[in-house]
Write a protein that binds this ligand. Sequence first.
Ligand SMILES: [Fe+2]
Ligand SMILES: [Fe+2]
Ligand SMILES: [Fe+2]
Length: 444
Amino acid sequence: MNGLGYEKMEKYYLTNLNDLLLCMKKAINFINPEIEYHHQQVAYLSYKIGIQMGMLEEELKDLLIAAMLHDVGSIAFGEELEILNEGDRANAHAYAAYKLLEKFNQFAYVASIIKYHHLPWNHGSGRSFDNERVMDQSHIINLADKVVVRLNRNKPIINQVNRIKHYVSNNKGSLFADRVVDAFMEISEKESLWLYLAYYPDSINDIMEYILRDNRLTVDDVVSLTDIFARIIDFRSPFTAMHSAGVAAAAVEIARHAGFSSNECKMMKIAGNLHDLGKLKTPKEILEKNSSLSEEEYNIMKEHSFYTYMALKDVSGFEEITKWAAFHHEKMNGNGYPFHLKAEMLPIGARVMAVADIFTAITEDRPYRKGMAKNDALKVIIDKTNDGDISKYISTILIKYFDEVVSMREKAADKAIKTYKSFTEQMKISQEDVFAMVAEKSES
Ligand SMILES: [Fe+2]
Ligand SMILES: [Fe+2]
Ligand SMILES: [Fe+2]
């Protein structure tokens, strides 16, 4: 295989940020549709406040993305972090989101906005924290978030406005920055603001599309952005804390030996990062069950690659990647799931992914068992090839380069585990910081 033609262009854009954010929203929706709704509402109100304060388009862009993702930290660290409540853990999830997002260079500002989205204004001392400047956008999201959690969208909204305005003005200067409160009070005169906010917050999608109209992403950008996705998927459970990272590394190594170009290998990394995206919809009890699954549970687990397909299929430029990622449980003989595709419908990238996934699943360590030794793993691969489940061409490559694939997978897994551990450590420290801060808070 000699390239899919992606090599020709010097600077080649794979897709755009808006499409990937939409995909991220679908992933968030898998975990909890309430969070997606909450994100849209906070983004809508934040944006309107930002406009009222005269923010520039670049500032509005960071504000919007930050608002759209501000509670993503609660997802990565499990549903046990309360999102919609203003509990003690308010800042742990803010810090987690910051750590997750800062790695993607286009999100440097976004990450630091989110880091302080629960910081009280405290009569001006909230302008900075730990000698770090706190951006206006953080204070906007702080107010928008607290307003949104006080709305009841199941009751007539305009009847709630006075109560909410009263709450906001009572906390002017203490919890909320004065300028943000003033802007909010101005716009809160319009009924339309409240009606959009309560009943049509998804109108933010059109605004996002407009604001992000020129934000194209190269294949390298997408690799680094989907590394974040992989962490969100993997870190949800310590049982899988390195699985996506391992599959991606193994798939790239196999693809390289199968003649994929360097750009195609990067696309393989992206597909590997995303292949289990649909698992965000799989209940944790099933994900973490260490005995074998009942038939009912297995049927639920099997839904995940279909959801991966649904989350990726509308991302422009992802036509190949979607197939490589979402067909990883299809089999050459048509006995796989969920589409029962046969060999002729399975592109070589999907065949690589299927082999990489099986290989990774059997060789990686899980909290309840050790990974298989080489000979046992080879036997599984050979059996599955003889059964017509996986591609003979690809399994031959895996068998030939087995040790190299193992070492790439292990390297990636070690790195993921290290990140996972330092993450959980830092989360503890940040929670302590935050408890002190929350105690200072004048209102909660
Ligand atoms: Fe939050
Ligand atoms: Fe929130
Ligand atoms: Fe899977």
